[in-house]
Design a protein around this ligand. Structure first.
Ligand code: NAD
Ligand code: MG
Length: 394
């Protein structure tokens, strides 16, 4: 087998680090072309040295000189590419066959879309880009022939248990429902009154998964599941009524597909992102991921509950956004990014995250999306509206 060139966008994050761990187990199958970080030039330089990357990409261009010096200190000759546009450049390098999109938030949109437009195999962790521009992704993949493989554990699970030809239409292949599991986050059993005083540190302590700060907060509010139902809509060409959410605190069943004949197929495993990453890398093969094996006798029980939309209004809002379509997911996502950032900086309370998103949605006009420029413009307007909502609360 020939070795494949891979670019990891967001290599210094939680998904990026896990990806590099899996790659390190398979030096014959993959070689690293480019790695990227927003500002952590020290870690990026170490990674480039260890994985013999050809390009070191830093999106905060003020850090380019420090990155060069850090690479020199490591004796690493990787070429430095700097600035936001360098991410897109790295996503479509000729030497790259596979792109792992692991930047957090809408900041990953252009580079992720460029990878698809240039026909790469896209391993998609950056769910926000699919949420806000799903239709553009579907179109670009159809035109370029790019394969998009979901890395998000739920969507990766669905990808594993759906028939290969699901793109014909879910009903055509006998699928009734995609059932996304949600751990319920750290506050599954916390009373609403107590949620008011949750700190960022408490919100970032997830019971089952070790993740970046933004997605950790999203998991605690269930906004993450809200983003994921929209992500599923685009990845699997699903109608809103074909998508359901069930709370499963053990995070062992990563999602399920319910078929017309009454069968329900689930994918299970330990909650470790290296499994979906390894599956996305090697698909349709299976490779060692370096994870602990699941022993159900140790887990004892698997529980399932309906989600509580009163304590977690963000998820209810997401179902409305899913129905509304158009620019609603852009507004929803942008407002959530602003609100989470405000929460992480102690400017607003935990329960105010959903209030800011809901208020920003009311302020922003409905619209249709036809191009990436329109997405970026709706995103900008929604951020402004959300900042005003935050300011009115502090
Ligand atoms: P993280 O915060 O740990 O890492 C984010 C990465 O993106 C870092 O490398 C950072 O340098 C880079 N980055 C941040 N802001 C940037 C900007 N403005 N421009 C360019 N690069 C920027 O995040 P994470 O937990 O690894 O999550 C990455 C993505 O994967 C998110 O979309 C998240 O929703 C998704 N995801 C994560 C997990 C998980 O277990 N961590 C699971 C499923 C999906
Ligand atoms: Mg997920």
């Amino acid at each position: 087998m020939t070795s494949q060139g891979i670019t990891v966008l967001g290599s210094t994050g939680s998904i990026g680090e896990s990806t590099l761990k899996v790659l390190a187990l398979h030096p014959d199958r993959y070689h690293v072309i480019a790695l990227s970080a927003h500002s952590n030039f020290e870690r990026l330089a170490e990674q480039c040295k260890q994985h013999r990357a050809r390009y070191a990409v830093i999106s905060d261009k003020d850090k380019a000189n420090q990155l060069r010096a850090a690479l020199d200190a490591h004796g690493c000759s990787a070429e430095v590419l700097a600035g936001h546009n360098a991410l897109s450049e790295a996503a479509c390098l000729d030497e790259t066959e596979v792109v792992m999109a692991a930047i957090v938030g809408a900041a990953g949109l252009e580079s992720t879309l460029r990878a698809v437009e240039s026909g790469k195999r896209l391993l998609l962790a950056n769910k926000e880009s699919m949420v806000i521009a799903g239709e553009l992704f579907r179109k670009a993949a159809a035109e370029s022939g790019a394969t998009i493989i979901p890395v998000d554990s739920e969507h990766n699970a669905l990808f594993q248990v759906l028939p290969k030809n699901f793109d014909k239409g879910l009903s055509q292949v006998g699928v009734e429902q995609l059932i996304l599991t949600a751990s319920g986050g750290p506050f599954l059993h916390t009373e609403r009154a107590e949620l008011e005083n949750i700190t960022p540190e408490q919100a970032c302590k997830h019971p089952n998964w070790d993740m970046g700060r933004k997605i950790s907060v999203d998991s605690a509010t269930l906004m993450n599941k809200g983003l994921e139902i929209i992500e599923a809509r685009w990845l699997f060409n699903a109608r809103p009524e074909q998508i359901a959410v069930i709370v499963h605190p053990q995070s062992i069943v990563h999602s399920m597909v319910a078929y017309r004949d009454g069968s329900v197929l689930a994918q299970m495993g330990m909650p470790d992102m290296r499994t979906p990453i390894a599956y996305a890398l090697a698909w349709p093969d299976r490779i060692e991921a370096g994870v602990e094996r699941l022993n159900l006798a140790d887990v004892h029980k698997l529980e399932f509950y309906q989600p509580d939309l009163e304590r977690f209004p963000g998820l209810g809002l997401a179902f409305q956004v899913l129905e509304a379509g158009g620019n609603a997911p852009v507004t929803f996502n942008a407002a959530n990014e602003v609100a989470v950032d405000a929460f992480l900086h102690h400017r607003i309370g935990f329960l105010q995250i959903a209030s800011v998103v809901s208020a920003a949605m009311e302020r922003c006009k409905q619209g249709k999306i036809g191009s990436i420029d329109e997405v970026l413009e709706f995103d900008r307007v929604a951020r402004e509206a959300a900042v005003q909502c935050v300011n009115s609360l502090v």
